[in-house]
Design a protein around this ligand. Structure first.
Ligand SMILES: O=C(O)CCC(=O)C(=O)O
Length: 391
């Protein structure tokens, strides 16, 4: 696998500064190829909305709703999730303030592709890549580390610490629900994530106003590499779209809702019963947008593979064991577009000898039920790993 670099391949341009320049056209390197450009979503579908308090008032029905959402959508909105509404509003606005700080303040935290931690404006290190219309701040939180907190605005750290403990509480509860819904012991996912050593990191996303939103994307189509994402959307500005069959569905956030989506590692652990679904962000000519994506992840060196109870002779293991670190390294090098680029080469392989990594051979049609970007990603990863290992 390519090593993670200390430096970006080209000078990084802050998207906010492009937006502030008043130019009516965007630079070429933000213009997506025609098939990737956003289309208006003409359907009035929405992802399932689940009242989390229903786990107390009508547990069976609520568990079923969550199970259906994880299997059919890979996405749902939670209302009555127990995180205080003033806290969710406050944390979003605090990050908005950060993104409006002068450039010299933000540049103090400029990130590198090695860890991504800090302020950045590009994902992936491929020279000449088409970029997304997005600035972000990436923050590592767990396992305990020297978190790179911005010192402006001064309240940011305090409000984030409180928000984080609420989100991690919610994440732990959801993992139990996911496990029980699959007939597993309630701590199955948490143990597979490394128990108390699980990982957590945040990407605060800032999508500045864009003069040509029909030509670009705020975030290219991708599935999340980690365990699960717990996303605080911008209730005032829609932008997140989820792929459902052949359509893009624009999420209409409920007031104070938190959006949950299954990531690639839970898809692997559940042997593809739960789906890690492609999503993307479209931008807006008149309004900026802020979102906070918390990623609840396995510990980096945990070997992730389908949980044994979910592997049967009728449904053999669909994935080879791989550590989360190996998997994430690939995404960090290639950027989110890569998932999409390789989607027509889908591999489906079973583990044979755990010390053997095989070059994938089988290709499925894109409309096969097993079609999913994660299969491509694993194929590409295996090819990269095969280059550096004796197989
Ligand atoms: O901004 C959003 O609504 C989605 C963000 C997202 O998908 C991500 O940060 O991975």
């Amino acid at each position: 696998m390519g090593s993670l670099d200390d430096y970006w391949p080209e000078p990084v341009v802050c998207v906010q500064s492009l937006s502030d320049s008043g130019n009516l056209s965007i630079p070429d390197r933000y213009i997506k190829p025609q098939p990737e450009r956003p289309s208006l979503s003409v359907n009035d579908m929405n992802i399932p909305v689940i009242d989390f308090n229903g786990l107390v008032t009508s547990p069976e029905a609520t568990m079923k709703q969550i199970s259906k959402a994880c299997r059919e959508w890979g996405f749902f909105q939670l209302v009555n999730h127990g995180v205080r509404t003033d806290l969710v509003d406050g944390v979003r606005e605090t990050w908005r303030e950060f993104f409006h700080e002068p450039m010299e303040v933000k540049q103090k935290y400029a990130n590198s592709p090695k860890t991504y931690e800090g302020f950045g404006s590009r994902l992936g290190t491929e020279k000449g890549a088409i970029l997304d219309w997005n600035d972000y701040y990436y923050l590592h939180y767990r396992p305990p580390c020297n978190t790179k907190w911005p010192d402006q605005p001064p309240s940011l750290r305090e409000v984030m610490e409180e928000y984080t403990s609420e989100i991690l509480r919610l994440g732990a509860a959801l993992l139990k629900v996911f496990a029980v819904n699959l007939g597993l012991k309630e701590d199955s996912f948490q143990s597979a994530f490394g128990g108390n050593d699980f990982g957590a990191c945040l990407r605060a996303n800032f999508y500045p106003k864009c003069p040509q939103p029909d030509l670009t994307l705020g975030l290219s189509s991708h599935s999340d590499p980690g365990g699960m994402a717990i996303l605080l959307p911008d209730e005032q500005v829609c932008g997140l779209q989820v792929r459902k069959d052949d359509q893009w569905v624009t999420i209409k956030p409920e007031p104070h809702a938190i959006i949950v989506n299954i990531g690639d590692q839970i898809q692997v652990l559940s042997n593809a019963i739960y789906k890690s679904v492609e999503h993307r962000v479209v931008v807006n000519p008149n309004k900026e947008r802020v979102s906070l994506a918390y990623f609840y992840n396995p510990k980096s060196d945990m070997l992730i593979q389908p949980i044994s109870e979910l592997v049967t002779s009728n449904k053999p293991a669909l994935y080879l064991p791989m550590t989360f670190e190996e998997y994430r390294g690939f995404i960090r090098t290639k950027g989110p577009q890569d998932v999409k680029r390789y989607k027509h080469q889908i591999t489906f392989e079973r583990p044979s000898d755990k010390n053997t990594l095989k070059i994938p051979s089988e290709t499925l049609e894109p409309n096969d039920v097993k079609w999913n970007p994660i299969h491509n990603l694993i194929k590409r990863l295996r090819e990269d790993i095969a280059n550096v290992m004796t197989i």
